[in-house]
Ligand binder design. Structure first.
Ligand code: XMP
Length: 515
């Protein structure tokens, strides 16, 4: 395995992902991690990330200088390289000219770290400081027009530094460099496969749970579905999967999900049919936040009632992923037991947010995985494509895609319109082209004409977006004919709708969802 010491770079997580892509396990740790803690992990190499500071700042984050004597390969990236230079006796100073964006890498030594990286390759730079003098024993492997020391090495000690960011996609040859470091310099074997993960996770779950009982709230997304499968494989009927149907899922989804689990995977699911309770709770409510809040509260109530009825349970399984772990390092830990506990759940959490004072112990078997790794695990255990590549779906579901008051009639209309959208997208093979593609119902009515009759009905908004992570998004440019087909079908097949419009707002300033 490789350790990444994080100095606050926005790319630390990306470095970990790039290494995992070479099928080698990597973990992001705080720069404060001591040498003895690192030794316990027995890594085959260390990567020092970039960071926002200058190494000569008064409070610049420093790593334990003991790492230089560990006799394992170390690669410093950007700030990490500058720190290596400074701690080993070289000089880093503010550059005459900073370098931001693309730069051509001019290679002086094409061996070792830079094997298979093309001379002149584009690399992504983002630095105001530069190495002015190398420490003893180091040499330059590559430079750029503005940066004399763009890649450096102390061959004997296997210490390497790069001023650019090989981990970002704009760095052509960046992954080749990472592979050189991982395979040739650190001599790692590609053992991090999803099959190995499943085996190890199963063992760990059994050891942790023993003969205790575990509760899992299934949402139908890839995380909770994969989790259900893993846990069931490990502990069989000590697991209880609970699926709360609040009535705001897409057409036929609850039934399909429950059927899939029971019939295909032979995993029993407690199907809690709570539609009426939720609809009553938000009757007459038009404010989006109030709606979300009420749905969240009701979810908690149902969850508590049902877990009491089905319990007692010792553990709550949660689909926490690695990015959440990195972000919340050291938080949410019970000081007495050292166990992670459910004290803070994001309001965007898929199961709708669980109570703050729930004192279940948590079991989080996916906490070492990135989302794409969860998908791979899901695939390897036979989850169907429709779950593995399912678009994100908000916890409050269709209730926040019906603006204003949610009624049974409006839900019916939106479900049918949304179903047509999905059918047409699948028919065109376009599902994977979108981050999300869905219908929204507006609570206003407009005049239309159908078969010589005046109509006065709801409009449906089509919201199709592309995005990397949901934080920003762009509206999707789709063929007019495709939009026309969807529009015709919705207006003709869904009573209560006489107009379809296309949302051409990106995020920001819009959000993806309309509420
Ligand atoms: P917005 O609308 O804020 O949404 O641009 C960003 C992403 O988050 C999803 N979303 C939610 N996901 N529970 C969730 O699990 C929620 O309450 C929730 N609200 C929004 C949204 O679908 C988009 O992918």
């Amino acid at each position: 395995m490789l350790v990444i010491l994080d100095f606050g770079s926005q790319y630390s997580e990306l470095i970990a992902r790039r290494i995992r892509e070479t099928q080698v396990y990597s973990e992001v740790l705080s720069y404060r991690t001591t040498v003895s803690q690192i030794k316990q992990l027995n890594p085959q190499g260390i990567i020092l990330s970039g960071g926002p500071n200058s190494v000569y700042d008064a409070n610049a984050p420093q790593c334990d200088p003991g790492i230089w004597d560990l006799e394992i390969p170390i690669l410093g990236v950007c700030y990490g390289m500058q720190l290596m230079v400074q701690q080993l006796g070289g000089i880093v100073e503010r550059a005459d000219r900073g370098e931001y964006g693309k730069a051509s890498l001019l290679i002086d030594d094409p061996t070792d770290l830079l094997t298979n990286v093309e001379d002149g390759a584009t690399m992504w730079m983002s630095h105001a400081d530069s190495v002015k003098q190398l420490p003893e024993g180091f040499e330059v492997l590559a430079h750029t027009e503005n940066t004399p020391c763009a890649a450096i090495a102390h061959h004997e000690k296997q210490l390497y530094g790069v001023q650019f960011h090989p981990e970002v996609v704009h760095s052509i040859g960046g992954q080749a460099l990472i592979r050189n470091f991982v395979y040739h310099i650190c001599e790692c074997e590609p053992t991090w496969t999803m099959a190995a993960f499943v085996e190890q996770a199963t063992r760990e779950i059994r050891a942790k749970v023993g003969d205790k009982r575990v509760l899992l709230a299934l949402s139908g997304g890839v995380d909770s579905s994969t989790l259900a499968f893993l846990l069931h494989k490990a502990i069989g009927d000590q697991l209880t999967c609970m699926f709360i149907d609040q009535g705001f899922m897409r057409k036929n989804e609850p039934e399909r999900l429950v059927k899939l689990f029971q019939e295909q995977f032979h995993i029993p699911v407690v199907h809690v049919k709570a539609r009426d309770r939720f609809l009553v709770k938000i009757a007459g409510i038009t404010d989006p936040e109030e709606k979300r809040k009420r749905i969240g509260h009701e979810f908690i109530r149902v969850f508590e009632e049902e877990s009491k009825r089905l319990g007692p349970f010792d553990y709550l399984a949660q689909g926490t992923l690695y990015p959440d772990v990195i972000e919340s390092a050291d938080t949410n830990v019970d000081p007495k037991t050292g166990e992670r506990v459910a004290v803070k759940i994001k309001s965007h959490h898929n199961v709708g947010g669980l109570p703050k004072d729930l004192r279940f112990k948590l079991i989080e078997p996916l906490r070492k995985l990135f989302k794409d790794e969860v998908r791979k695990v899901g695939k390897s255990i036979g989850l169907p494509e429709e779950i593995i590549n399912r678009h994100p779906f908000p916890g409050p579901g269709l209730a926040i895609r019906i603006l204003g008051e949610v009624t049974e009639e409006r839900l019916e209309i939106l479900r049918d319109a949304d179903h047509i959208v999905r059918q047409e997208i699948n028919r065109q093979g376009m599902y994977s082209k979108f981050w999300q593609a869905f219908a929204v119902l507006l609570p206003i009515r407009s005049v239309g004409v159908m078969g010589d009759q005046r109509t006065y009905a709801y409009p449906i908004v089509l919201r199709f977006v592309s995005s990397e992570d949901g934080m920003t998004a762009d509206w999707s440019r789709v063929p007019y004919d495709f939009l026309e087909t969807i529009s015709n079908r919705i207006v003709n097949e869904v009573p209560g709708v006489n107009r379809v419009v296309y949302d051409i707002t990106s995020k920001p300033p819009g959000t993806i969802e309309w509420e």
